[in-house]
Design a protein around this ligand. Structure first.
Ligand code: LLP
Length: 426
């Protein structure tokens, strides 16, 4: 269920809207999100759990795609949210996702963020350290409230993905060391009056493309459930995190059915409520970054210089990620491809979307679509080089709308202030 299809006359389409039309109307660079793709993928994943007869609550990882329109689509599809900041919590609520479907993860939550979670009585806070557990208990007691929590376990499993997005190894900053869990869980459940300790959580990493890390991590978690129960403690909830990978290039992407099967094998007999927190699997294939060729340049390499940059999509610069790049106007069948470096205009060599990519001839003003950009694209954007945030568009069948207008330079400058002593008397 990719976001784009190809029409022999109109070129690349999202739903029944031509990307060239959107470029004309809204300008480039811009993000185009296919609501239908988001909706379908949300249904597919939920269905995989239903087929496996698993009681799973699905929480969308807001960090992957946080636009209000996207959260609304997913909320209407019955999904909850996984948030990692007070800002994301407010966003999820603003999009109509009910508090009792929101889980709050993250290694550093401020007092204000924890209080916000308590005030809204969200589904649960995934606590990442003994220190945070004590702090949250104190805050809840001060507020004369209780809050549901799960302890995020660091299972010491290597997710075998890019090291910058691996989170479950012992040396990673995330979660509570496996061997510290039993005593901390006991203290929390027996003695901490502000907390309602529900269970355990884990997140192994992102873009995981084999089942083995899931199997290893979840097995560790299941063993811990048994240990805790033998100690007379109750464990009712397991949050399995996110991390399911997609096919960017030629990876064999595991299907949600695989994840459901692993979860059924490992947790099926434990009588627990299950949660998942996927982001990328839903949102990445739903979005493209639409860009225009500013110019071409012949050096030792042939360069195609786009009006999109690392300020929009930082993944290639940050993780050497591969994204498909397609010309929006379909090339002649006979057109030969040749190797080109596809780059942005930002003053960093890392502002390179692809090196030596085989592409049909591209010339000034041609449009290209950078694929699978719906996750960790707009949410990781910056305004580096004074490049205002790009517009976002949602397409739903034959309808489309701007869901975030392009930021203007006035918007950017309006946020800044020169101290009064420079301007006095001016
Ligand atoms: N839950 C937690 C606690 C997480 O930290 C993450 C992602 C997710 C869920 C969602 O993971 P997903 O299903 O999307 O893999 N910027 C990187 C990815 C960073 C992922 C961080 N945590 C990238 O562009 O590849």
């Amino acid at each position: 269920h990719p976001a784009v299809t190809a029409d022999p006359q109109k070129g690349l389409m999202v739903g029944s809207v031509a990307l060239s039309t959107l470029a004309e109307e809204v300008g480039t660079p811009c993000w185009v999100i296919n609501a239908e793709t988001l909706r379908l993928r949300a249904q597919l994943m939920q269905q995989a759990f239903t087929d496996a007869s698993l009681p799973v609550t699905c929480h969308f990882a807001v960090k992957s795609q946080d636009n209000q329109a996207c959260l609304t689509v997913l909320g209407q599809a019955g999904w909850g949210a996984d948030v990692v900041s007070g800002g994301e919590l407010e966003r999820a609520l603003a999009a109509g996702i009910p508090a009792d479907k929101i889980v709050f993860s993250g290694v550093g939550k401020t007092d204000d963020e924890l209080k916000l979670a308590i005030t809204h009585d969200i589904a649960q806070v995934n606590v990442e350290s003994a220190e945070e557990l004590h702090r949250l208990n104190g805050l809840a007691q001060q507020m004369e409230r209780t809050i549901r929590v799960s302890l995020r376990v660091n299972p010491d499993v290597d997710a075998k993905t890019h090291s910058k997005i691996t989170t479950g190894r012992a040396e990673d900053k995330f979660g509570i060391a496996y061997t510290d869990i039993p005593s901390l869980y006991r203290t929390a459940q027996r003695d901490m009056q502000g907390l309602n300790v529900r269970g355990l959580a884990v997140h192994l990493g992102s873009q995981i493309s084999t089942e083995e890390p899931f199997r290893q991590g979840y097995t560790q978690l299941a063993k811990m459930v048994t240990t805790l129960r033998q100690d007379g403690l109750s464990v009712e909830d397991i949050d399995c995190g996110g991390g399911l990978g997609i096919t960017y290039r030629n990876e064999i992407a595991p299907a949600p059915a695989m994840l459901a099967q692993v979860m059924a094998d490992i947790f099926g007999a434990l009588d627990v409520n299950l949660r998942v927190e996927p982001g990328r699997w839903l949102s990445a294939p739903a979005g493209v970054l639409l860009s225009r060729v500013i110019d071409t340049k012949q050096g030792t390499h042939q360069f195609v210089i786009l009006d999109a940059a690392m300020s929009e999509l930082v993944r290639p610069a940050m993780y050497d990620s591969w994204h498909g790049i397609l010309p929006v106007h379909l090339p002649d069948a006979e057109a030969a491809t040749s190797p080109v470096d596809v780059v942005g205009p930002v003053c960093e060599s890392s502002d390179t979307f692809a090196k030596q990519r085989m592409l049909p001839p591209l010339k000034r003003n041609d449009l290209v679509a950078i694929l699978d950009a719906g996750a960790y694209g707009s949410t990781m954007s910056s305004t580096y080089n004074s490049r205002p945030f790009a517009a976002q568009i949602m397409v739903d069948g034959d309808q489309w709308a701007v869901i975030r207008p392009r930021q203007t330079l006035e918007d950017l400058l309006a946020c800044e202030k020169t101290p009064h002593w420079f301007t006095q008397g001016a």
